[in-house]
Design a binder for this molecule. Structure first.
Ligand SMILES: C[S@@+](CC[C@H](N)C(=O)[O-])C[C@H]1O[C@@H](n2cnc3c(N)ncnc32)[C@H](O)[C@@H]1O
Length: 362
């Protein structure tokens, strides 16, 4: 139907989100030890509790604030953020969730009903980014689940990777890139002040620009916290990163072949946070800070959360200590996952964005 091939972004979109068949749209396990990968909210509730402290610090400055979580996965973060906000006396009137997967939306609703039976009516699942809102928007590992284009430089020309079939399976074919992709690559080159080398192959997430711009335009006053594996553009498109940032997950095995196990494995790509920041700023937001996950947690109240656990049974404390290591260690999640914090309207920069701010790398 697509004329024999589809762009890599269309292929990735189908593999992840095709109704009833895509990785996120079918009923497989995905998250946690029995799934394919582990995200910070699945490692320990302490992650979401620290995020909640930062959310509360913004909500308290606004008159009718709400929270919007994008791509809530199993619902773990939604439940824990809400619980902590309630504990802090900062529960919002509305905790909205925008989830593209009907299967996950159902799981999230079940979890909220089981774990927060008295507060169900405060939760609302919405189908699109609201026209306007005040409050806080959070998204953990959503940007890296948006479909990316793959491109390759032939001399100075930009080729688009398209997915086709040779009869036995899927294959990549390169063909002349559409204008939107050529322009995006030329933008990267002019930003870096040099041409990408011949033969260089990487990804670009055109969808992330539009997505971020819509979030930033929607927010009238408040903050946006975007957590993801990613780096600034200089590192993303450094010549030694030839081959790009795509990663596939199947039962906790990481590999780089997106053409196998369609709909059964997760496909993700690290995020070019410079692209995200540019889109946000163009839509009227300011960069509050760009920090590693470790620094976000350390400056955001991790010590206070650990203090609250000091009388917990020893086995719980040991489990927590191990989770904190995974969340904060450099060379792993602590450093590879970053938080881009955006602010809009008259709000103070949240504390978690103030330690070792690396906005200059964007
Ligand atoms: C890698 S999972 C992360 C889930 C969860 N935030 C966590 O940290 O465990 C990506 C999530 O984003 C959702 N998603 C993907 N594209 C989205 C979009 N455009 N809007 C909202 N959710 C989206 C997926 O269905 C899934 O729930």
């Amino acid at each position: 139907m697509a004329g024999g091939s589809m762009s890599f972004a269309e292929f990735m979109n189908a593999c992840l989100y095709a109704p009833g068949l895509g990785y996120y749209a079918a009923g497989n396990r995905k998250f946690g030890a029995g799934g394919d990968f582990v995200t910070a909210p699945e490692i320990s509730p302490v992650f979401s509790r620290v995020v909640a402290r930062q959310v509360a610090s913004v909500l308290e400055q606004l008159s009718t604030p709400s929270v919007l979580e994008l791509g809530a996965g199993s619902g773990a973060m939604a439940v824990e953020i809400y619980k902590k906000l309630r504990e802090l006396g900062a529960a919002p009137e509305k905790y909205r969730v925008l989830e593209v997967s009907p299967d996950l939306r159902e799981r999230q609703q079940r979890r909220v009903a089981e774990q927060l039976p008295d507060d169900v009516e405060r939760f609302e699942w919405i189908d699109d980014i609201p026209e306007a809102m005040s409050g806080v928007i959070v998204a953990n590992e959503v940007l890296d689940a948006l479909p990316v284009e793959r491109f390759e430089m032939r001399g100075v020309d930009v080729l688009q990777h398209r997915v086709s079939t040779d009869g036995d399976g899927f294959v990549i074919r390169s063909s002349e890139a559409p204008t939107v992709l050529i322009e995006a690559v030329r933008g990267i080159e002019s930003d870096r002040g040099q041409r990408l080398p011949a033969g260089f192959c990487s990804e670009i997430c055109i969808a992330a620009s539009d997505w971020t711009a819509r979030l930033a335009s929607s927010l009238q006053q408040g903050a946006i916290f975007l957590f993801d594996y990613g780096v600034g553009r200089d590192v993303y498109y450094a010549p030694d990163r030839d081959g790009g940032w795509l990663r596939c997950y199947f039962r906790h095995h990481v590999h780089s072949d997106p053409l196998v196990y369609p709909g059964i494995q997760d496909i993700t790509a690290w995020v070019d946070f410079s692209l995200v920041a540019e889109a946000a700023v163009a839509a009227g937001a300011e960069i509050g800070g760009f920090v590693t996950q470790a620094h976000f947690l350390l400056a955001g109240g991790l010590d206070a959360e650990l203090h609250l656990m000091q009388d917990a049974p020893l086995d719980e404390q040991l489990e927590l200590a191990s989770a904190v290591k995974t969340l904060t260690l450099p060379g792993e999640m602590g450093e590879h996952v970053k938080c881009l914090g955006l602010v809009k309207g008259d709000v103070r920069t949240p504390d978690a964005l103030t330690m070792m701010d690396i906005t200059h790398t964007l």
